[in-house]
Write a protein that binds this ligand. Structure first.
Ligand code: B1M
Length: 227
């Protein structure tokens, strides 16, 4: 199978919620055929660039979002596709991970209060670990005061905030305000997630916005060399 074909198969398999060969997928007919996990393993065996596989995860979840918006997919369908990406990330992570370089500093990240989306955050974590940062994941649905307490405790150089909902992105502003109120000015805050933008980052006083995980690495490198 060509590289293009296998990447296309991974994309389809995520969209169809086909986790692995034991799973039947949304249409009930896929049991016994390679699912997302086996296809990612095959792609890695064929020496496909892991970054390229990550790009396919993004594309597949965009399609799932489109189908959900069109009313063709329900919540459990989105969850099944999300599970495919989660398991596939576990297979991919060792191929992306690097060794922590203590010189590079600590990066703390959370999905803000009210928001349960973590696929993007987890990709950012994998990429930053791969780039040598020490990463601490605070998880999902994390209230602003817990984030501020974690910053006080761990004293990271960088804080990442993720939000996928227009209703939760406003929590990022709360976090930045509470950091200021606590007198914490030495942590650089960068944000990301589909509804956020460069303009929004400026408005709430963040130090940067990242469109994707690659840009998160670039932004941290830029902030590091500027400091
Ligand atoms: Co939800 N959901 N969802 N969902 N979901 C969206 C976001 C939505 C756009 C779908 C749609 O309608 N088209 C829509 C939001 C609409 C809006 O706010 N305008 C939506 C909705 C409405 C909802 C619910 C409200 C549905 C309901 O209950 N009726 C509900 C809310 C739950 C909650 O959070 N309280 C809900 C629930 C869920 C699931 C739990 C089923 C599941 C999440 C499972 C999980 O994450 N473990 C889910 C999913 C899977 C999606 C979509 C389909 C996919 C998200 C995703 O994983 N994308 C999504 C549609 C879409 O995004 N196209 C959708 C792939 C991922 C790699 O990209 O997360 O953007 P992304 O991350 C990127 C960048 O944004 C950036 O880098 C990442 C990697 O490149 N980035 C950062 C992200 N965070 C960063 C942080 C950084 C830096 C970069 O820090 C430095």
């Amino acid at each position: 199978m060509s590289e293009r074909d296998i990447l296309e198969e991974i994309r389809n398999s995520i969209v169809m919620g086909h986790l692995d060969a034991e799973d039947e997928g949304f249409d009930g007919s896929m049991e016994g055929t390679p699912g997302t996990v086996e296809l990612v393993e095959q792609a890695l065996e064929a020496e496909t660039d892991p970054q390229q596989i990550l790009t396919v995860f993004n594309a597949a979840m965009d399609e799932v979002g489109r189908l959900f918006e069109a009313g063709e997919y329900l919540l459990p369908d989105m969850l099944a596709s999300a599970e495919c990406v989660g398991e596939a990330m576990d297979v991919l992570e060792p191929h992306l991970a690097g060794t922590a370089d203590t010189q590079k500093g600590t990066f703390l990240i959370a999905t803000v209060k009210g928001d349960l989306h973590d696929i993007g955050k987890n990709i950012v974590i994998t990429m930053l670990k791969g780039a040598g940062y020490q990463v601490r994941d605070l998880g999902i649905d994390v209230p602003a005061d817990e984030i501020v307490a974690a910053v006080k405790e761990h004293k990271p150089q960088y804080l990442g905030l993720s939000a996928l909902l227009t209703t939760t992105m406003t929590e990022m502003e709360t976090v930045i305000r509470q950091l200021k109120e606590a007198g914490i000015t030495d942590v650089k805050v960068i944000i990301g997630g589909a509804p956020t933008s460069e303009e929004f980052a400026r408005k709430i006083g963040a130090d940067g916005h990242c469109r994707d995980a690659l840009e998160a690495v670039e932004k941290l490198e830029a902030l590091r060399s500027a400091s």
